[in-house]
Design a protein around this ligand. Sequence first.
Ligand SMILES: [Zn+2]
Ligand SMILES: [Zn+2]
Length: 352
Amino acid sequence: MTKKMKYGVIVGKRKAEVYQKEVPSIKEDEVLINNKTCNICTTDYQQWAGDRMHQPFPMAFGHENSGIVVEVGKEVKNCQPGDHVVVNIYGPCLECDNCRMGKSSIYCQNSLSNYKMKHPDEDGVYGFYGCGEYQVAKSKHVFKVSKDLPFEEAGFVEPLATVIHGIERLRIKVKEKVLVIGAGTMGLLNAQVARYYGADVIISELIDKKIEAAKKLKFDQIINPEKENFQEKIKEYLGDSQLDAIIVAVGATSAYNQAIKVAPKGCRMLIFAANFPEPDWDLKPNPVHYQLWEIIGTYGCSTQDYLNATVLLSKKYILTAPLLEKKYSLEDIQKAFEKATTPGTYRVTIEI
Ligand SMILES: [Zn+2]
Ligand SMILES: [Zn+2]
C-alpha cells in the first residue's frame, strides 16, 4: 500500500484547505523531507487574501518550512536521513552564467520557482508543498541547519537570506547609523542584520507590541512617530553624527515619506518593502540629484545568502523567537491564515 501525505493548499480567495496525495518517490539527485513546521509568509497570506491574483491556484504554498531528511537519492552527497534541513525556494539552476556569476537567484532563467509558478504538477497543483508532510527537493537546493534550532525558527532562513541580500546591496559598514522604518518581521530581521554588520540602529514603529519585540531583541533607540517628534528624536539619537542609511521595511506611503523627510546628503535608502495595491511616494528627482541620494531596491537572494542565513540562525547570531506567534495544526489552516492576515501579527506557524 502506498503511503499518503497531507498538505496545505490555498484553494482560492480567503480559502485554504488540507489536500491528500501519495508520498512522492525521489530521483537520484533528490531528497525526501518530512516537514515539521511551515511559517506563513507575507506572500502566502497576500495570495490567500486575494491581493496576488497573478499567482495561480490551487497553490501548495509554503517556503518558510523546515523538516527532517527521511530519504536521499543515490547521487546525493550533501545530506543524509536525520539531518534537519530547509529548501531554497528560488530553486536556481546553478548552471547558467548568472548563477555561476553568483548573482541573485531571481536572475536565473531556469529556476525551479519560475517553472513551478507556470506549470502545475500531475495533480493540477502549483507550488513546492512546503506546507506538506513530505516534500521532494533537489539536493542542490537543500541546506542543513543545526539540530538545536527549533523548526519554526529554521523557517526564517528564506526571509533572513533576502534580508542579508538587501544589507549587502546597501553596503553597510561598521559604525554607520542606520534607521529601520517598521519593526515587523522583516524590519526586525533587517535591524538585526544591520547590527550584526556593525551598524548603530534606530527603529521607527507605531505599534506597542512591535516596540516591545524590538526591545526584547535589545534595541534601545526606538521612536514612535505618533507619540514623539520623529525628526527631533532622530537628531537626539544621532548626536553629532548623521544617518548613513535608511531601510524602509513597511509597504506604506507614510513610511516611504518618513524616509525622505530625514534622509541627509549622501543617504542610501533600501526599499525592502512593497505592497499591493501599490503605495504612493512623494519622491522627486531634484533632491535625489542634489542630495546625492541612493535609492536601492531589493528582493530575493543568492545561494550564498541562503548559506549565510543558515549559519547566522544556527549560531543564534540572529534571534527569531520574538517574531513568532501562536502555532496552528495543519487542520486549522484556515484559522492560521485568518490570524496571519490580522494587522500587527508576526509569523504564524503551522505544525505539520
Ligand atoms: Zn517568505
Ligand atoms: Zn541559473
